[in-house]
Design a protein around this ligand. Sequence first.
Ligand code: ZN
Length: 313
Amino acid sequence: MPGDIPGIHHVTAIAADPRRNLAFYTETLGLRLVKRSVNQDDVDTYHLFYGDRAGSPGTSMTFFPYPEARPGQVGSGQVATTQFTIPADAVDYWTDRLESAGVDVEDRTERFGDTVIAFEDPDGLPLELVATADAPEGQPPDGPVPEEHAIRGFFGVTLLLSRASGTTSLLETMGFESAGTDGDRERFASHGDLGAVVDVVEDQTAPAGTPGAGTVHHVAFQVTAEEQADWRSVLQDQGLRPTEIIDRKWFSSVYTRTAGGVLFEFATLEPGYTVDEDLAELGESLVLPEWLEDRREEIEAALPELSVPASEH
Ligand code: ZN
């Protein structure tokens, strides 16, 4: 049996306009573009990765921006909200920052003792900032947000499920223990500094989510390369149908659809985003896995132009 999973590796969602997506996550939220590549399963589409200064595991929010994407509908069988950690005293800063950027911010709420700020990205993707006294110092990016207020990485995700039991027992197998309830949500927590929380809301009447812009495609959890095959066996033993191990260049991945319908990925910490770019230059140019390099000209011609802010690192 492999060891407990510390937390989330990355979250991948669908967007429409790549330029609007880039502007929001880098300029408004102050994350760093740490990797600019293509969707390996659909190479006419970008795959954009945002994170902290180093693209550390537990910080990277990634997008497939399809310019023609139709809006999806968040519903059961999906990650309903993606949560980022901010320091406890950064609530006023972020409320002001988001409002002055024209973002519609909901009234702040308290959840498990933390203040939560809820809003949506330009595609309608539900996001939350969770202000917690436990926020790690982390490696905030150099950017428009002062370091003391910066997003540290993921706090967690909320899963909306019509039937929770199959997914919650899998989470427990993965090392996420029940940590109590608040209203209609049950919290499952692991031991990592970032992305160690999965909240589960069970709602048998919620309509099933439909994929599209403004919805999460999958959530990935951190595993070590040594234990990845063991995790694949654990998933098979639970009656799930995991994929083979797939080489994604910056990590390798196993995917499985959970009983509740959410797509989980088990992604390795190794080798990371600096395997093909220097830390100082992350995200500045289009990088491709070797098996796509001979198609670079054709791929670049099909992608919309993106002006990536010059590095301040
Ligand atoms: Zn992924």
